[in-house]
Design a protein around this ligand. Structure first.
Ligand SMILES: NC(=O)c1ccc[n+]([C@@H]2O[C@H](COP(=O)([O-])OP(=O)(O)OC[C@H]3O[C@@H](n4cnc5c(N)ncnc54)[C@H](O)[C@@H]3O)[C@@H](O)[C@H]2O)c1
Length: 335
């Protein structure tokens, strides 16, 4: 059988999330991490040293023009995504683009337009779609109609200072709320139509850190979520959700490690996943999807459209919390 040549991937942004991507991709069949790039060369070198034959650089433009790079991961602070992603599209490099797609909806649309014009696939870093526990819940309840969830993160785990600057992160709450919104779209197989919300500044940071939101979907599904970076200990953080129809439900709990399924009035099963590190949940599946998408130059969801709709929905939730009024989710016609 002919041997497939390895997909050569560059990691751009070698901090917290870039490190997870590099590890997951290096564990993926026929994928090699060949370049690590960071604005801080010492950070790039530290990551590159973990992989055989991997170079380090601080020059992302050189990566875009390097024919020996087949695909790129963009895991830099969110305000830098637009320039990097448009450059990757123009250079014909399939990309795994971290969430949020960009800090503004306009920038998301510019990225999406550049990728479409060039025919370059974008895979968004919505890793929870690939977490084994989430996939089991989705198998048990293929199209959820009533959903509820807590995605409350430990603020101490957010160590990058740029996250608290909304111009760099897109907003402290929205920066992670995009994940929850994407997960709800995945579970309901529908787009949000209307939202209402309340927000609270539990940590006294001067901006909301926690949001309670209700989302009505186009297909009639309804979701209620509590989301934020409101705890000061991993023991208090909570990551769980229930997706249900009138005769079945699946609850993912214990930070994506366990799933309880109920149907026909009975407990069906409780699955336990051997996830040591909840932050890594879904990273392997995401890496495999990226390899498949980049190798075939075919879009694989979650793609750019999902990144745009997730940010549009978060902006509507913020507006609802600020105004106290239900908001329509206006999905731009170009996506
Ligand atoms: N999918 C997830 O679960 C998840 C989790 C955490 C972070 N993220 C996202 O990943 C991205 C990175 O977040 P992080 O927590 O890893 O941040 P981080 O601060 O830990 O790392 C970012 C790195 O990018 C480097 N950098 C900045 N500008 C650059 C540029 N122009 N070119 C090359 N390198 C540059 C910085 O020096 C830094 O080392 C953000 O968009 C964030 O929202 C996603």
């Amino acid at each position: 059988m002919a041997r497939v040549s390895a997909l050569r991937v560059a990691i751009i942004g070698c901090g917290f999330q870039g490190g997870y991507h590099a590890q997951a991709l290096s564990n993926t069949r026929d994928v090699r991490v060949t370049v690590c790039c960071d604005a801080d060369l010492s950070v790039a070198t530290q990551l590159a040293d973990q992989f055989d034959g991997c170079d380090a650089t601080s020059d992302w433009e050189a990566i875009m023009s390097d024919p020996a790079v087949d695909a790129v991961v963009i895991a830099t602070p969110t305000h830098t995504h637009t320039n990097l992603a448009i450059a990757a599209a123009r250079a014909n490099k399939p990309m795994l683009l971290e969430k949020p797609m960009a800090t503004t909806v306009d920038d998301c649309l510019r990225i999406e337009a550049a990728a479409r014009a060039a025919g370059v696939p974008i895979l968004m870093g919505f890793k929870f779609r690939f977490a084994p526990a989430v996939l089991r819940a989705k198998q048990a309840v293929p199209v959820g109609r009533v959903l509820s969830g807590h995605t409350l993160y430990d603020s101490a785990q957010i160590t990058s200072s740029w996250v608290s600057n909304p111009h760099m992160s897109g907003g402290r709450v929205t920066s992670s709320l995009v994940h929850t919104v994407d997960l709800l779209r995945f579970l309901t197989e529908s787009d949000p139509a209307r939202v209402s919300a309340e927000a609270s500044d539990l940590l006294g940071t001067g901006e909301p850190t926690t949001i309670a939101a209700t989302i009505q979907f186009e297909n009639g599904a309804i979701a209620s979520i509590l989301h934020g970076t409101s705890t000061r200990s991993p023991l208090l953080s909570a990551w769980s959700f229930t997706t249900s129809t009138s005769d079945a439900s699946a609850t993912v709990f214990d930070h994506c490690r366990q799933v309880a399924v109920r149907a026909n009035g009975q407990d069906q099963a409780t699955f336990v996943d051997d996830v040591e590190d909840p932050f890594a949940a879904g990273m392997e599946g995401l890496a495999q999807a990226f390899a498949d998408s980049a190798r075939s130059s075919t879009a694989h969801s979650p793609h750019g459209r999902d990144g745009v709709i997730s940010l549009v929905t978060c902006r509507a939730i913020e507006k609802a919390a600020g105004s106290g009024k239900t908001q329509k989710v206006e999905i731009p016609s170009q996506v």
